[in-house]
Design a protein around this ligand. Structure first.
Ligand code: ATP
Ligand code: MG
Length: 337
């Protein structure tokens, strides 16, 4: 693997063009090119993805240890844009115990008996965890908008279905996300932007390759007939719900390796901004640890080093050219970052 140094600054610079500036009026497909790959080669994409995934794993560990913030990754896209593959690759390195994935389908009878945000609220991750929303509350202003009969079927008071319903939902969604952000739940909203022609190719691949047949659904092809309506609905969503506290990221998705790199970068960037820290140990706890260490060292059988681990750490540190060792670092103030 080529040696790719992924600094936080590089990540932030790389993803900047994909951010939807709050208040910006977006029109798809004009404003974001699904085929844009920033001239990242396939080999580089692989290496960067790997480095990004490693960074994600490290930050997820800290996020869990700190237990203060939760992260909600919202994935929205047209069919075959690569939501599943993105989840699989981007999350490949993280601890499965720290992640949940929720896929939102047509609401159940029970769900329809509640307000429209209920099922999404219920699926939120706990603090310290990353929750992936494979489709999300945005379906409530996408598929529901494209197919008015779905709204008609929701058990809302009649006057709530009339004019202004979409603007009101944008406001409600923005408010809900803001409330949650204030509570420590950070939204990372990703739109995988695939082109109509690339979707056609992927549908055909699913039909022509037997091992992909299981993914084919004639419903998807029917939904494709509403392509322009979806582009309009997505444009409106991006224009109205990209906020300072929860901006949208439009990721070019015609090239799968690139889309995965970009998605990993956006999520890594969010974690870097949260900057979760391992809890610090109090002087009392440190004294306690030292007492336990002393007791364990006293138990060393004849001929064994009292603390073989410390010896290993010291050896590693001196090999890396660092002075001092972990056991001795207690007096220093060195901050890990
Ligand atoms: P895959 O096809 O890869 O399994 P998917 O997300 O497309 O993943 P499907 O079961 O094919 O899953 O589709 C789920 C369907 O549910 C989508 O058409 C989506 O628009 C629809 N849906 C999601 N949320 C709502 C909602 N709130 N109201 C109505 N339909 C919804
Ligand atoms: Mg589907």
């Amino acid at each position: 693997m080529p040696d790719v140094e992924i600094t936080p600054k590089r990540i932030a610079g790389f993803i900047e063009p994909f951010r939807v500036e709050p208040g910006r009026k977006v029109r798809l497909p004009r404003d974001f090119d699904p085929a844009d790959t920033r001239e990242v080669s396939k080999a580089d994409a692989k290496a960067i993805l790997q480095a990004g995934v490693e960074r994600l794993a490290e930050y997820q560990d800290r996020l869990a240890a700190q237990d203060t913030y939760g992260v909600v990754v919202v994935l929205q896209a047209m069919d075959a844009a690569g939501k599943d593959g993105t989840i699989k690759h981007v999350m490949s390195g993280v601890n499965p115990q720290g992640v949940s994935v929720n896929s939102f389908k047509v609401p159940s009878v029970e769900e329809l008996d509640h307000d429209y945000l209920w099922r999404y609220q219920k699926a939120l991750p706990e603090r310290g965890r990353i929750g992936i929303f494979n489709r999300s509350h945005y379906e409530e202003v996408l598929v529901v908008r494209v197919h008015p009969q779905i709204l008609a079927g929701q058990k809302l008071p009649a006057k709530m279905k009339g004019r202004g319903v979409w603007q009101r939902r944008y406001r409600e969604i923005n408010d809900w996300e803001r409330y949650l952000t204030d509570q420590g739940f950070i939204f990372v909203k990703i739109f995988l932007n695939v082109s109509k022609e690339e979707q056609r190719r992927r549908f055909l691949a699913r039909i022509d390759m037997p091992e992909k047949n299981w993914k084919v659904s004639s419903a998807d092809a029917k939904e494709r007939a509403f392509w322009d309506d979806y582009q309009k609905a997505f444009s409106d969503v991006l224009s109205n719900t990209s906020t300072e506290w929860a901006p949208w990221w439009v990721i070019p998705a015609d090239d799968k390796p690139f889309a995965r790199v970009a998605a990993a970068a956006v999520i890594a960037n969010a974690l870097i901004e949260i900057d979760p820290r391992y809890p610090t140990v109090s002087p009392e706890q440190l004294a306690d640890l030292q007492a336990t260490k002393d007791a364990l060292e006293a138990e060393a059988p004849a001929g064994a080093a009292p603390d073989p681990i410390e010896a290993e750490i010291l050896a590693k540190a001196s090999k890396a050219g660092k002075a001092g060792g972990v056991g001795k670092a207690k007096k220093g103030k060195g901050k890990k970052g």
